[in-house]
Design a protein. Structure first.
Length: 426
């Protein structure tokens, strides 16, 4: 994401204010709050979590050093057939992380129970709507995503996709793909007939069909997806990976937070973001939104009681009226968006392939390891390289493992990767 943003001439929004505060909320109420004074926050964190606060930064940097090897592979035009092969090439250890729970992984790494149950848990709740029962690898990515220095693209991250589309010169057909039918040529190589219903300005035109030598799926293939694709003409052994997705509600509220729920009297005592530490709490997180176009010290924060802030609440199910009232005592507007957001993670021995069939690729296989924009970009580049290498029979560039480069370079790359993975979506 860092490179794409530079390549496309897009500007970064400044990282969120350092004086933005964060709170932790359990079923017994708000029990921890950071301060606008960094030194006070550090002292409070050390008091509660001890040296784990320092160790987690080091642990994430080491993990990201290994992770960053993928950029070296991709720079050299190398690609991987499966998510397992890709993770192994970064670090053999990463496969173990996908096989054990986050809870076990951090315990084995020496982190305390309170640290895991509060800080790792709240990161999993806000980033993935899940708990520390997920597999370890996604929790590692999640921890990389809660360190300071998050950034996003000025005007909105969607500018990356829009500018890339323009820069590529590709022909975009707006529509909904309904079927992918495999056809065999005389040579025995498959080609694919893609059937779609046109949308946008072309919506009034008829359903269309086009034949392609190669097809790349760039969407999750969850069985409950709103736009299911039917695969036809494949042998009976053909299976698409079964990756169930987590259903998430994102509620956007322009209004006043109900301070009594958080045990506060004054608006300015309220943290800018509150994360939760129990699956029993009915919401996963609540945070104040900032406009994508501008940034000021307290953008979006109601300075006076008459002003409204715009808040984003993540929940695992549609809230009842009483639950909404518990969070907000005044509402000017409420919008609820349902997403099949990311995989429902658990320790697994099976990670999917980027190849569904000959010349039929699947970028979103990478979400089985962890879902994030940076992961999608890595998955997309891997599939582009894989398709190219397979088409031109560059077999030496598929599933090969490089000897790791020296550790000082690794560490610098680790920091760069950490910065990338932490790119934030609004
Ligand atoms: C609420 C939420 C918050 C998130 N926050 C962050 C964050 O802060 N940072 C971060 O890095 N990541 C975040 N993510 C994850 C991030 O959004 C995903 O990793 C990323 O969007 C995946 O990109 P993608 O292109 O693979 O899939 P998608 O963004 O899901 O795009 C798939 C596209 O395919 C289209 N499509 C589906 N079926 C068909 C069909 N049959 N025919 C035609 N088109 C079809 C869909 O309409 C969609 O436009 C968040 C995700 C959610 C849901």
């Amino acid at each position: 994401m860092v490179n794409l943003t530079k390549l496309l001439g897009l500007e970064r929004r400044n990282p969120k204010d350092d004086d933005g505060t964060m709170g932790l909320y359990s079923k017994d109420g708000l029990f921890f709050k950071t301060s606008i004074w960094k030194v006070v926050t550090i002292a409070k964190l050390f008091w509660r979590y001890g040296w784990d606060i320092k160790r987690i930064g080091e642990w994430v940097t080491t993990m990201m050093s290994s992770f960053s090897r993928i950029y070296e592979y991709q720079e050299k035009g190398m690609a991987f057939t499966t998510v397992e092969d890709m993770l192994k090439a970064m670090d053999e250890q990463f496969i173990n992380y996908t096989r054990i729970s986050a809870q076990t992984m951090f315990k084995d790494a020496g982190f305390s129970e309170i640290f895991i149950n509060e800080l790792v848990m709240s990161a999993m709740r806000v980033n993935y709507g899940q708990t520390t029962d997920t597999h370890g690898f996604v929790a590692a990515v999640s921890m990389a995503g809660v360190e300071s220095g998050l950034w996003s693209v000025k005007g909105g991250n969607k500018n990356v996709a829009e500018s890339l589309l323009k820069a590529s010169g590709a022909r975009l057909i707006q529509g909904k793909v309904t079927n992918i039918n495999m056809m065999k040529s005389a040579t025995g190589m498959p080609s694919y007939e893609v059937q779609y219903e046109k949308a946008g300005q072309q919506a009034d035109q008829e359903e269309s069909i086009a034949e392609y030598d190669l097809v790349i799926m760039a969407t999750p293939l969850d069985g409950n997806a709103k736009m299911k694709v039917v695969f036809e003409g494949f042998p009976s052994t053909f299976n698409i990976p079964n990756i169930p997705f987590h259903s998430l509600e994102a509620m956007f509220v322009c209004g006043h937070v109900n301070l009594s729920t958080f045990g506060m009297d004054q608006q300015d005592e309220l943290p800018d973001s509150i994360m939760t530490t129990n699956a029993e709490v009915f919401f996963n997180s609540i945070g104040l939104l900032e406009p994508v176009d501008e940034i000021s010290n307290k953008a979006g924060k109601p300075e006076e009681s008459e002003e409204y802030g715009v808040w984003k609440v993540f929940l695992n199910k549609v809230p009842t009226e009483a639950e909404v009232q518990a969070l907000f005592d005044t509402r000017k507007s409420v919008q609820l968006v349902n997403w099949l957001a990311y995989p429902q993670y658990q320790p697994t021995k099976e990670l999917p392939s980027f190849v569904l069939y000959d010349r039929l690729y699947f970028i979103n296989a990478i979400e089985a390891a962890a879902s994030a924009m940076e992961m999608s970009v890595i998955g997309a580049k891997n599939v582009a390289l894989l398709a190219y290498n397979q088409w031109y029979s560059h077999l030496d560039k598929i599933d090969e493992v490089l000897v790791p480069s020296d550790s000082s370079q690794d560490s610098a790359q680790g920091k760069q990767a950490q910065e990338s993975v932490k790119s934030e979506e609004l």
